[in-house]
Design a binder for this molecule. Structure first.
Ligand SMILES: *Cc1c(COP(=O)(O)O)cnc(C)c1O
Length: 396
């Protein structure tokens, strides 16, 4: 029995959406750790392969636990269809490669997650797909980069790590005007605070590794779009190249989805308090937080986001030395390049996630030697504030 009502509010869809309950009537979603499926008769196998009878064939194609995760994500996102992947990067790579062919051109915002930038800048050209990277915050830059063979736009908003915001509706309108598609990597906003499909994007991708798991356990990803695009462009790629999500990870992510709204709400509330506190500190040169009125694109934030994000970007005065001293003095907040976790995590992008970029490329993105990215977790906000205050004092 499957529950896929479309009119549920997010919190209900995230608890019940997509559930496939077996004959045992289990309350919690079952974990179907199976590679294959058996058929009552040879005729049944033939019919299933012909597509004349519904059912599972092989878990590289589809699996009941993975199916529940995909359907629950569709219910949350308001998407017609989805495919779950083994990681966020498998989702990004599939979404991009299945949208273009040799001779096509991609325009992407240059502020991309490091591996996404590698796929666009290094991998795609090897197969005859050219790419132009632009400062995505000004729609004029997207317009200028368009060529007769532009087939795809790709962006992330808010961006990693400087939390720049790109006007999704404006880029989607430009894409529609030239018959191109827009892929949005929506990890930083989470599916709760931003709905790219409603803003006009054609394809949304997630690293489910981040807030969707939210407890630092397993990798996963998902691609959401209209059924026609998935049937025509993604379906065969998935079957034959095998980026499939494991049922164990799908189960973990399903359980993560049940508590996603509670976690994101709490983490955002704490992030807002911490951002305001940091903005008052003389040792901090700059705080970028989408939930603050002084965010450089506060007007676009208001237009397309319903929350301020669980991440904060800050610049410590005194460069790398001061940033390292602050990180090392933290007690509760852990040094880690991951994000979206129940544990608060801090990272120094210039020496970790963005170390492969040239100094100029980093400067273009606003990543300086004192830049830190803080992912706010589920700890008590007052404990986090106290920890940051004592670390600032110790790092002086
Ligand atoms: C983490 C991340 C990815 C990659 O996801 P993995 O699950 O680590 O492969 C892609 N985009 C953004 C914005 C991310 O934060």
């Amino acid at each position: 029995m499957s529950s896929n009502k479309r009119n549920w509010k997010p919190q209900t869809a995230l608890v019940h959406g997509g559930t496939l309950r077996s004959g045992f009537g289990e309350t919690s979603e079952a974990m179907y750790l199976t590679q294959g499926y058996v058929y009552q008769t040879a005729q049944a196998a033939e019919a299933r392969f012909k597509g004349e009878e519904p059912g599972f064939i092989y878990s590289r194609y589809a699996n009941p636990t993975v199916d529940m995760f995909e359907k629950r994500m569709c219910a949350l996102e308001g998407a017609e269809d989805a495919r779950a992947t083994a990681s966020g990067m498998a989702a990004v790579t599939a979404a991009l490669l299945c949208s273009v062919k040799a001779g096509d051109h991609i325009v992407a915002a240059r502020a991309l997650f490091g591996s996404c930038r590698w796929v666009v800048e290094t991998l795609a050209p090897r197969y005859g797909i050219e790419a132009t990277l632009v400062d995505g915050t000004d729609i004029a830059n997207w317009e200028k980069a368009v060529r007769p063979n532009t087939k795809l736009f790709f962006l992330e908003s808010p961006t990693n790590p400087t939390l720049e915001v790109v006007d999704i509706t404006a880029v989607a309108l430009l894409a529609n005007s030239i018959g191109a598609r827009l892929v949005v990597d929506n990890v930083f906003a989470t599916p709760l605070q931003q709905k790219p499909l409603q803003l006009g994007a054609h394809i949304v991708v997630y690293s489910a590794t981040k807030h969707i798991d939210g407890q630092g356990r397993c990798l996963g990803g998902v691609i959401l779009s209209d059924k026609k695009w998935i049937d025509e462009n993604l379906h065969d790629y998935f079957r034959h190249t095998g980026p499939s999500l494991s049922p164990f990870n799908a189960w973990t992510l399903l359980k993560g989805l049940e508590t996603l709204p509670l976690r994101v709400r709490q983490q955002t509330e704490s992030a807002g308090k911490i951002a305001d506190f940091l903005a008052e500190q003389p040792q901090i040169a700059r705080v970028i937080y989408p939930g603050r009125a002084d965010h450089p694109q506060a007007d676009i934030v208001r237009k397309q986001m319903s929350g301020g994000s669980t991440l904060i970007c800050l610049d410590v005065k005194g460069g790398k030395q001061a940033a390292f001293a602050l990180q090392n003095a933290l007690d509760i907040v852990l040094i880690s390049n991951n994000l979206g976790d129940a544990k608060s995590l801090i990272t120094h992008p210039a020496t970790t996630t963005h170390k492969n970029l040239s100094d100029e490329a980093r400067a273009e993105l606003g990543i300086g030697p004192g830049t830190l990215r803080l992912s706010v977790g589920l700890e008590d906000a007052d404990d986090l504030l106290e920890d940051i205050a004592q670390a600032l004092k110790a790092a002086k």
